[in-house]
Design a protein around this ligand. Structure first.
Ligand code: HEM
Length: 439
């Protein structure tokens, strides 16, 4: 039987709780060279990972999360039938899913930053804190888990941050959207969206399709979930040049950027202010996500149906199927310094977003959105169009307009995949179980 209430003290805080604003974060990845030491790491990590039970005090906004890849579970000696009870896409690994995800050409796994996508990536620790000072303290605590352990090797790390403005590298306000999840105590950001069944985001609970995902043994999956993280390089100068070349004025540039995103850079949604920006609305969490699409704008004259955020969450728009079963928790964190305002030439510095998806179904959530909604347009009746901001290649985009739509063809690729992986974020008891394995 599934529990009647969410077992928050067993679920990692990084699964359910939105991050503070602003924040600094660090991703640290490990390879397990020795099984026993890997198990010891799991035991130690289970003591520093923060749970989703409502924390109080100064540490409320500091969190340590952990994800283990499929290769990591193998390195820990998890029995094969237990691994086989986890998601098929997770078992394949992200690099093997390159075709479905549109990762070819420059984005192909053979061009990824090492060791991303390789069989060396076993465990990823993510430390999040409101500022660099608290991050350093939290990192020190996390470091205790792998200090003096020669059987564990730190093989990759990535610092990232969310600025006070919450702007990502293209200049748009990010981090606006968070779904409400039954029993989590975390409010959603769209009052017009009913809370989601917890099973959409955590294993062991009823989901929107009335199913309950379980693993064998139950303890491995219970209160855990999947994460997809991707390092996405953003070509900011190219994006700016494109806007300028296709606009007659600065105002028109801003409008085109907003049409591609579905929101003005301030965060104000076109659905509520299609003609001009409204910075106060963009910054107001009570109002900036309080809208639907279909009701007032079925044709996409306010928010183009092909814009990034309408594609990624069509809300009530008339598409085949039910948009709710493709919802995900999505966290974007910037890496690299912002390109200074006004600079139109690439400075050669690597910058972009560390994109993290959290959800119980990699296939019908993350992979579906990436392959069907970002890299295809059939669902909106435009099979030759793709997401204008992060589509994979041959990108076309239409802006509905009377008497004729505006059609932009051959948009260059603004986002390149540098690497990524699927991970499993076990519950805290499951981490201890991993630490005590005797196989
Ligand atoms: C460099 C690449 C990307 C950038 C710069 C970017 C940026 C943004 C921004 C600024 C928002 C609006 C803020 C918000 O709603 O919280 C947003 C929304 C969203 N993005 Fe992206 N994104 C990127 C890639 C992706 C990818 C690859 C996916 C999915 C596979 C995705 C899925 C979503 C979803 C689901 C939303 C929320 C839509 C809603 O509920 O209204 N994004 N993105």
């Amino acid at each position: 039987m599934e529990p009647t209430a969410l077992e928050l003290d067993d679920i990692q805080s990084g699964v359910l709780r939105p991050r503070p604003t602003p924040y600094a974060a660090a991703y640290i990845a490990f390879r397990i060279d020795d099984r026993e030491t890997g198990r010891e790491l799991m035991k130690r990590v289970s003591k520093v990972v923060t749970s989703a039970a409502n924390p109080r005090g100064p540490l409320a906004d500091v969190s340590v999360s952990v994800a283990v890849t499929c290769k990591g579970l193998e390195a820990l000696g998890v029995p094969q039938d237990a691994i086989d009870s986890l998601s098929w896409e997770f078992r394949q690994g992200m690099a093997a899913r390159a075709h479905e995800l549109g990762d070819f050409g420059e984005s192909a796994p053979e061009n990824w930053e090492q060791p991303l996508g390789s069989s060396d990536l076993h465990v990823v620790l993510v430390v999040v804190a409101p500022d660099q000072q608290q991050l350093a303290a939290a990192r020190d605590r996390a470091r205790e888990t792998y200090r003096n352990m020669p059987g564990i090797k730190a093989i990759w790390h990535q610092d990232c941050h969310a600025l006070e403005t919450e702007r990502e590298q293209f200049g748009f306000r990010d981090g606006i959207r968070h779904p409400a999840i039954e029993g989590s105590g975390v409010p959603g950001t769209n009052p017009q969206e009913a809370p989601f069944k917890a099973g959409e985001f955590v294993l062991g609970y009823r989901d929107e399709m009335r199913g309950v995902q379980r693993t064998e043994p139950d303890i491995l999956g219970r209160n855990g979930t999947y994460v997809a993280f991707r390092k996405l390089h953003q070509r900011v100068a190219e994006f700016r040049r494109y806007l300028k070349a296709h606009s007659k004025s600065v105002e028109a540039e801003e409008l085109l950027a907003a049409q591609m995103m579905g929101r003005w850079r301030s965060g104000a949604p076109l659905a509520l202010c299609p003609m001009h920006d409204d910075a106060a609305l963009g910054a107001d969490p009570q109002r900036n996500n309080d809208f639907l699409f279909e009701a007032g704008d079925p044709g996409g004259f306010k928010t183009p149906t092909g814009s990034h955020m309408r594609r990624c969450n069509p809300r009530d728009a008339s598409i085949a199927g039910v948009a709710r079963i493709h919802r995900m928790i999505r966290r974007g964190t910037a890496y690299g310094p912002p390109l200074p305002d006004g600079v139109m030439v690439d400075d050669g510095v690597d910058r972009g977003i560390i994109f993290a998806f959290v959800g119980a179904f990699i296939g019908r959530q993350f992979e579906f959105v990436q392959s069907q909604w970002i890299n295809d347009g059939i669902f909106i009746g435009a099979d030759r169009d793709k997401d204008p901001l992060c589509g994979s290649h041959d990108i076309n985009f239409s802006v509905p307009k009377k008497p004729v739509r505006r059609r932009l063809q051959g948009i260059p690729r603004f986002v390149v995949t540098r690497g990524g992986e699927y991970g499993f974020m076990p519950g805290l008891k499951a981490l201890r179980w991993l630490g005590e394995l005797e196989t």
